[in-house]
Write a protein that binds this ligand. Sequence first.
Ligand SMILES: [Zn+2]
Length: 682
Amino acid sequence: MKEPGRYLVTAALPYANGPLHIGHIAGAYLPADIYVRYLRLKGRDVAFICGSDEHGVPITLRARKEGISPQKIVDKYHAINKKGFEDLGIEFDIYHRTSAPLHHKTASDFFRKLYEDGEFIEKEEEQFFDEQENQFLADRYIVGTCPSCGYDQAYGDQCEQCGTSLSPKELINPVSALSGNKPQLRKTKHWYLPLDRYQEEWLEEWIDSHQNDWKANVYGQCKSWLNQKLHPRAVTRDLEWGVPVPVEDTDSKVLYVWFDAPIGYISATRAWAEEKGKDWEKYWKDEDTSMIHFIGKDNIVFHCLIFPSMLKAHGEYILPDNVPANEFLNLEGDKLSTSRNWAVWVNEFVEQFPDKIDVLRYTLAANFPEQKDNDFTWKDFQNRNNNELVAVMGNFINRALVLTKKYFNRQVPEVKELTDYDRVTLERARAIKNDLEDRIEHYKFREAVKIAMDMGRLGNKYLADTEPWSLYEKDPGRVATVLNLSLQLAASISIVIEPFLPFTAEKLRKFLNISKLDWGLAGQSNILEAGHEVNKPQHLFQKVEDQVVEQQVEKLQEARRKKEQQERGVEPAKENISFDDFTRLDIRVGEILEAEKVPKTRKLMKLKVDTGLDTRTVVAGIAEQFSPEEVRGRQVSIAVNLDPRRIKGIESQGMILMAEDAEGRLTFLSPGTKTQRGAVVK
Ligand SMILES: [Zn+2]
């Protein structure tokens, strides 16, 4: 296979409407980063492109829910997610945004070219409209029952239960997601991409040509779409938030988010090229470029059928060589879900385990859902760390460095004479490097990470078999050879793990006192010269204790419980306090003697309360629900040892305890039968 002149590698643009979890990372970003790091080690010309998708209905819905502008939402999550990627060592050449002016211009120009070339079908037809909100109901603005599976919360563009792609009119009993009202039909004009025509002209043939080099799950999904026959697809929407439609008199129409988002790869490349003084067009228009899209399986149709159709219709662009989409990652046997809060969040992981980023990368890579859905468990995270990274790779590196320090004063000893076993070991190291290349070039990262680990296994076994620690007295020459080869293997490890464990690779390079090495050196026997000084031995990895695993699983379940309670309208539990803390509260039964509303306030009532200890003034926020007549003479629970507070100029000397339900309704906590004033509540 001829090597391309350059690579353009894209990773799906995440929606800037929420934080990232490990499912996103395992789906697209980590595989892409592994691939790109490998290409860079090989010295290939590569542009690694990503950014925030800042348009689309999920963002405006979220903004509405939080009561802030869409721009505030995307600014917040763009920053969080950009940092999340950096913390995980996912090294894009650029992390751009689709709200950037350069993107708006690129997407507008793209649309205008297709419009002027007469590529679109123009159609005026009736669409759902919410009269109360005065708005057309595109995509997620409308919900109803899925015609395929009967799920009653399917969106106007997709059913999240069964994955079927929908149009609003296919929904059974559609209602507006904004008002909950039954929508009306209203006429509106939109532009459609004639996918049916492309299917006949070239698209199906092009997909067929990739039967053997694309992953079976990707090719299979494309074929299933094609077998159902493609239809013209609208690329505009009646919405306010997005890239405005740049032609005719089109007030409140924007480009469909799935039209503008993939163009985001182009604008990001332009922004990057401008900054680096490169020619962006080479990466998008030269046949000698290999374009690879890394995505999750929910994006297959857009990257394999729709975006290529757009590129081809435009006429100046190349098409992707491969779209190695992953299936979904599960967590502890259950579907990862943002809405159910069943997830390991990137920002939380980074905060809790700043020194375990590579362990996460390693565990995720070993469990990539490449052919089918797969599972991440904390137990597996622990096992892979303790049994593989610590016990095998870490152990080998540590032993090699400790023995070099002990026998050769931290200097790489000279090879005396190679035995057959040494030669077999070196041969095996070269074979590992070749196998690894083959798997990475074919996007088989699960196998690849296992093979990279084999370099550590090889070193560990080599030291265990040769036992240099028992040889030094009788045969120091043999020990020199063994440690030389061991250190060469350690240097090879620093190369082959770089795509998977970049932070560890860097640490190892520091131990070995070397800079980053070319891929071609992996498996060689002369990477380190005799006499080269290595650094003091340290541990590469630390053990993960059982307790950590238990805490994380408990934390997940706790988060889910909280979410469920919230949905039932129950406030989440507070943190535990000690019994002593509780007994420091002094709560008594008091009787309200007098009550009057505090003037010029809605909620406040001034009470005179007999606490059994004294008579005192208390200001309580109960006036909206109770009249002074209702509360006079009532026995209540009152906290009496709080510091006094001034409220509206009145000194309040205690707090009346109330129960408050989800709607904010208040109830007094009164004794069931009348009791002594000053009785202690405990
Ligand atoms: Zn469905």
